[in-house]
Design a protein around this ligand. Structure first.
Ligand code: HEM
Length: 511
């Protein structure tokens, strides 16, 4: 008995310690948001959250209101779902709500990249220089010539080119936009004078196609990889793919290219100057590929599909495209020069702009997450205050809080191409909730410190692609009555959503 008691006490202490670590004893303290730990120790609600994030957060909002803390896989996350109070999250100091801490862990898990001090500053500096203003002009021009290479290379070479070609719309759009975006950022095969430009263009087409094929494999594993729930066999597959990309995008291989974008170049150089190991820079190149190419392709699919399913929207966009082309003095002609779509022309398309925004409202659903580094008080727009604990996380899911809120966007599940236009044709920015103007009425790009630096380029890419499709091709759904496919709910929170299935369509050159 004398020996058993200490053993029993030690066991009890270990058990209580483990339960404490599992969060079993956490109780809601006065001033804190409602706490919902779920029934499973440590895991909490993570299974339901993973199954369908939107559904879960809507259920929690109904139960607890627009601020609540939930337990997800050992973390306590407070969700803020009142759009009028988003400023409190977005503008909180980095010392209290920190984006990098969480991002560093994620990029290590999914890309094998170990972040360095100053990483985020380099990204912001390079993005300010090359993804805006004059830098954006250069990149947009590169995108144009790469789109032309991929979409129009067969013009004039085939007598049968007016025959219809059938394809899956999702795969067609993702393929073209991914490859053109990749070539514009990471560069082209150099022209060898002896071979002429055509050979280099052919190599660009071949290499980008192979890269896209591998990217799609990784893309499909991505959600489970990010949540750390891949089966061992899938995990090995993901690691093999990572190694493929580290090599394909390596500093040495990119160095051998022409027309490398300033964005990629500056980020390689800055890391070399700070003494980062080249193998780690190669890994970072994969992070950038993912960030820059994982969303635009799926978005271009939704945009074309919505236009095809809404003839009035298609007509309005087509008229605008024709008008802009005409005003630029260019015409698409059989055997004539390829259309040069300049940045200036892209700035004269308010209807297409609104259609792009409406597409992203319905199909871009990022989850914004921050680590809580110090205790803080969350001040809501209506005067409520909540105490948030250091060591927790905070999250916002604007898709449910804003994009499909019927008060802010009436009839929220319908595609209305002119939703973001005023009656006089100017850009609409006035949206209201409870009689108050909503500042954050549209958030496909996130907000605050981590807001997407590629948003202007991404918008241009989508517009350029649609512009060329409309100017050069007839295209239609194989089945005009085809329903718009459901969203694949496993990807909530990862940016642009993907459809549960592809949709068959056909296209042919118009001239
Ligand atoms: C439709 C296309 C796109 C969508 C919907 C999108 C969306 C987003 C969102 C929501 C974030 C913030 C994530 C967070 O806060 O955790 C983000 C970050 C980022 N995006 Fe995009 N993006 C798109 C295209 C692009 C493009 C074309 C580029 C580059 C050329 C790009 C580069 C980045 C980078 C580097 C980040 C990380 C920013 C940081 O760490 O501060 N994105 N994007």
């Amino acid at each position: 008995m004398g020996l058993l008691l200490p053993v029993f006490l030690a066991f009890l202490a270990a058990l209580l310690g483990a339960l404490y670590l599992l969060g079993m004893f956490r109780q809601r303290q006065p001033g804190e948001p409602p706490l919902d730990k779920g029934l499973i120790p440590w895991l909490g609600h993570v299974l339901e959250f993973r199954r369908d994030t939107l559904k879960f957060l809507e259920r929690m909002k109904q139960k607890h209101g627009d601020v609540f803390t939930v337990q997800l896989g050992g973390h306590y996350i407070t969700f803020l779902q009142d759009p009028l109070s988003f400023g409190a999250f977005v503008k909180e100091s980095r010392e209290k709500l920190n984006f990098s801490k969480f991002a560093v862990q994620l990029v290590h898990r999914v890309f094998g990249y170990v972040a360095a001090e100053g990483d985020h500053n380099i990204l912001q500096m390079s993005s300010n220089k090359h993804l805006k203003g004059d830098g954006l002009e250069v990149l947009t021009q590169a995108m144009m010539s790469n789109l032309q290479n991929l979409m129009l290379h067969s013009i004039g070479s085939d007598a049968n080119q007016k025959t219809w070609i059938e394809d899956g719309l999702f795969m067609y759009c993702y393929n073209i936009v991914f490859r053109a975006g990749y070539l514009s950022l990471y560069g082209n095969f150099p022209h060898k004078p002896a071979e002429g430009g055509e050979k280099a263009k052919e190599k660009d087409r071949g290499e980008s196609e192979a890269l896209f094929y591998e990217f799609r494999k990784y893309d499909q594993l991505f959600p489970n990889l990010a949540y750390g729930v891949l089966l061992p066999k899938e995990r090995m597959k993901a690691e093999k793919l990572m190694r493929f990309f580290w090599d394909a995008l390596s500093v040495q291989k990119i160095k051998a290219k022409d027309n490398i974008s300033g964005w990629i170049w500056d980020m390689q150089q800055a890391r070399q100057e700070m003494g980062m190991d080249e193998s780690m820079i190669n890994r970072y190149m994969f992070v950038l590929l993912w960030a820059s190419q994982g969303n635009t392709g799926p978005s271009s699919f939704w945009l074309l599909l919505f236009l095809m399913k809404h003839p009035e929207a298609m007509r309005a966009v087509k008229e605008e495209v024709d008008k802009v082309l005409k005003e630029s003095g260019q015409e698409v002609q059989r055997g004539g020069p390829l259309v040069n779509l300049t940045r200036e022309m892209l700035m004269k398309t308010p209807i297409l702009d609104s259609a792009v925004e409406e597409t992203l409202r319905l199909t871009a659903a990022p989850l914004l997450t921050r680590a809580v580094l110090q205790d803080l008080t969350l001040k809501m727009a209506d005067g409520r205050e909540y105490f948030i604990r250091k060591g927790d996380r905070m999250g916002m899911f604007p898709y449910s809080a804003v994009h499909i809120d019927p008060e802010i966007h009436p009839d929220p599940y319908s595609f209305k191409y002119d939703r973001f236009l005023n009656p006089d044709g100017s850009k609409k920015t006035d949206f209201f909730k409870a009689g108050k103007k909503v500042k954050y009425f549209y958030m496909p790009w996130g907000a605050g410190v981590s807001m997407c630096p590629g948003r202007f380029f991404a918008t241009n890419e989508l517009k350029q692609f649609v512009f060329l499709m409309l100017a050069y091709f007839d295209f239609e759904l194989k089945n005009p009555d085809e329903k718009i496919p459901e969203i694949d709910v496993k990807r909530w929170g990862f940016g642009s959503m993907q459809p549960q299935r592809d949709v068959q369509f056909q296209y042919r050159l118009r001239y």
